[in-house]
Design a protein around this ligand. Structure first.
Ligand SMILES: Nc1ncnc2c1ncn2[C@@H]1O[C@H](CSCC[C@H]([NH3+])C(=O)O)[C@@H](O)[C@H]1O
Length: 342
């Protein structure tokens, strides 16, 4: 290896390893609502520092860092304006703002810092209090709300995919298990008059869901039941949805969730699992790091179709088909893994 080549490689590495701050700069950018503050045009460091009550010199450094990330632009290093990327990062339509707050705040961020432990043990990281992510969220309502809002951003998009690709003919009741605030279900109910829906989720989430749902046009057809899918049977329905829930859990826990759904599911009812899916085979995939991240923070993973079919059939459901539909938000498609309760 020539020296030139070696130093080229070091440079390449250094571009990766000197950047642990960047996610936190992005997170602070959202936290400080920079897009709103700069909506009417460029502003100086002193002006922004006064408004934020921030330390001026540090804020200047922060703003210049955001320029390097292409979130801001500046001609003189003192007046800063928002870029298209910066505006997009903060816009509710792009669906990234809440995902930033979910991923880069302590619940997930601190656990991600212990990823090596999961690689060694194969187990979820528990924090110093011995808690997994959802236990932690129980007494961290602010972070729990960001998580719920991030899920809500992803749910609207998936709702459109389901409405288009899953026939709701013959369905009069839908239960969304782990349905969070009810965004997915409300989207579906909007396009399905006469259908009623119930969200089944943890009691704390259900409380916020009721508040959120009261403002929707389908409030009278959308109800909430609080409980745990490890201990309670979700209410009976013609159609069960299970979106981005199994990805949070290992096989044993997933089997338990499916078993509780199965116990209450009438014969002939349907279950649609909505997830990202890893291709079969040993080739490295972009899903691998996501899968490891999920395993670290919640104990779950990204599964293959064959693994989903194994879980579903193990719990007594009959797998029918998988429909893959593009997401309007992300470069990863949604998979609707459809099964029936015989
Ligand atoms: N034990 C549990 N019982 C019921 N719901 C739970 C439990 N543990 C976690 N959850 C919920 O599972 C959901 C996973 S996040 C997915 C939310 C939603 N299905 C969506 O895709 O938008 C969260 O809303 C959690 O509150």
């Amino acid at each position: 290896m020539s020296l030139d080549h070696a130093s080229e490689q070091v440079q390449r590495l250094s571009r990766i390893v000197f950047r642990p701050w960047e996610p936190q700069i992005i997170c602070a950018f959202v936290r400080f609502e920079m897009a709103d503050r700069l909506a009417k045009g460029g502003r100086t460091v002193a002006d922004l520092a006064g408004e934020l009550g921030a330390h001026q010199d540090s804020l200047g450094r922060f703003l210049r860092s955001a320029v390097v990330l292409e979130l801001l632009e500046t001609a003189d290093g003192d007046t800063f304006a928002i870029t298209e990327l910066g505006r997009l990062l903060c816009s509710p339509e792009a669906g990234m703002r809440n995902i930033v707050m979910m991923n880069f705040t302590p619940g997930i961020w601190n656990r991600a810092g212990r990823l090596h432990e999961t690689v060694m043990t194969g187990k979820t990281v528990l924090d110093d209090a011995g808690e997994d992510l959802y236990d932690y969220y129980r007494h961290n309502p602010v972070e729990r709300a960001w998580h719920a809002a991030a899920m809500a951003d992803l749910a609207g998009d998936a709702g459109a995919a389901i409405a288009e690709h899953h026939d709701l003919g013959g369905v009069s009741t839908i239960v969304d298990v782990g349905g969070s605030l009810g965004v997915l279900l409300s989207r579906l109910l909007e396009g399905a008059p006469g259908v009623t829906g119930t969200v089944f989720d943890l009691p704390g989430i259900v409380e916020s869901g009721r508040e959120w749902a009261a403002k929707t046009p389908v409030a009278d057809r959308l109800s909430f039941v609080g409980g745990s899918f490890f201990e309670d049977t979700p209410p009976a329905a013609d159609l069960y949805l299970l979106k981005q829930v199994l990805c949070d859990w290992g096989d044993e826990d997933s089997a338990r969730i499916l078993d509780f759904i199965h116990r209450g599911a009438p014969s002939g009812s349907r279950l649609v699992v909505i997830e990202w899916m890893r291709p079969d085979g040993p080739e490295p995939s972009e899903y691998d790091s996501m899968s490891l991240g999920l395993q670290t923070v919640t104990g779950g993973r990204v599964r293959t179709e064959r693994e989903f079919v194994g879980l579903l059939e193990g719990a007594g459901f009959k797998f029918e088909s998988t429909v893959t539909v593009p997401s309007t938000l992300l470069p990863r498609p949604w998979n609707l893994i459809q099964a029936i309760r015989p």
